[in-house]
Design a protein around this ligand. Structure first.
Ligand code: DGY
Length: 324
């Protein structure tokens, strides 16, 4: 029976599927594997189910002598060296589709939480220091009718934007490609990033991390935003220059930020944790039961296909099959 290495426990839906087809070697500890454990683990198996916390680069692929493919338990794939895998004829896959709504919902959760100062309010209620209702307490930002800026109108950006329907928000989006659905359904306007930053009251980031998007939101971009605007990031931490964001939040360059992702996880930029105008979630945008089960099943299906020598349904580098 072929052997698969699963680098950390995932929901049973995926493990059960894998075990029906393969012998599973599982890192039983609820922590990412160390580099050494990763290199050793991949050297003993025929396929790998890896996580966004595992860097799958040339060194790992070199150690993975018998491996027929890597199935990533994430829709993001910045932890995978795709050109290197393609050069080696190794298929890679991700988990698109199953976490779209959960991630879009998290962006809205952060948007409301930061605009309406929910975390600060919660802290006061728990502290026993709330003196009772007051006309000047916890005044936040309006949402209805305000302009929504969506950076990256792919699957998740689109789902996020469509959920604005109940709030009557003019929608701007920045993307390399026009999004007909957003234009037709919402009358959304495609603009360049600079215009979006200048005109939006809420800027939500939904681009993949790649060289062109690293620090897409930097100090200059933050200064282009309105002083009463909010930044939401559920994509990847390095898309935002986190140190610049801390400065901007501290100096009132923008009103607030809602973050699910960080530049150097699990660490945060110095000062971020002390800011009351930042709402911080621990990279949990996809953490709903159905999304995580869906991710586990999707990754498992891809791995089973790869190991059977079949085309992985969510292959990131389908060129590897053309050469066969
Ligand atoms: C992803 O899938 O890329 C998320 O960041 C984790 O679910």
């Amino acid at each position: 029976m072929s052997r698969a290495f699963v680098t950390r426990r995932i929901p049973d839906a995926g493990l059960d599927l894998l075990r029906r087809h393969l012998e599973v070697i599982l890192n039983e500890e609820d922590r990412p594997v160390t580099r050494q454990e990763l290199l050793q683990g991949v050297s003993q198996v025929d396929g790998v189910l890896c996580l966004l916390t595992d860097r799958i680069d040339g060194e790992v692929m070199e150690a993975a002598r018998s491996v027929k493919g890597f199935a990533n338990f994430a829709v993001g794939f910045d932890n995978l060296d795709i050109p290197e895998a393609t050069r080696r004829g190794l298929p890679l896959s991700n988990t698109p589709g199953v976490l779209t709504d959960a991630t879009a919902e998290m962006a809205w959760t952060l948007l409301f939480a930061v605009a309406r100062r929910i975390v600060e309010s919660d802290a006061v209620m728990r502290s026993g220091r709330w003196p009772g209702w007051g006309p000047l307490q916890f005044i936040g930002g309006d949402v209805t009718g305000r302009t929504l800026g969506v950076v990256g109108a792919g699957r998740i950006g689109q789902a996020f934007a469509l959920k604005s329907r109940g709030f009557g928000m003019p929608v701007l989006y920045a993307d390399e490609r026009p999004n007909e659905t957003l234009e037709k359904e919402l009358g959304a306007r495609r603009v360049d990033l600079e215009t979006l930053l200048r005109e939006s009251d809420f800027v939500s980031v939904h681009v993949p991390l790649m060289p062109a998007t690293r620090h897409l939101v930097d100090a200059r971009a933050l200064r282009l935003m309105k002083r009463n605007a909010y930044l939401i990031n559920t994509s990847r931490g390095p898309v935002v220059d986190e140190k610049a964001l801390v400065d901007a939040l501290r100096e009132g360059v923008i009103a607030g930020a809602g973050l699910d992702v960080y530049e150097d996880e699990p660490r945060m930029a110095p000062g971020l944790a002390e800011l009351t105008n930042a709402v911080l979630a621990p990279h949990t945008a996809s953490a709903t039961k159905s999304s995580r089960d869906g991710m586990a099943l999707t990754a498992a299906r891809n791995l089973v296909a790869m190991m059977a020598g079949e085309r992985a349904p969510d292959c990131l580098n389908p060129q590897v099959y053309d050469r066969r």
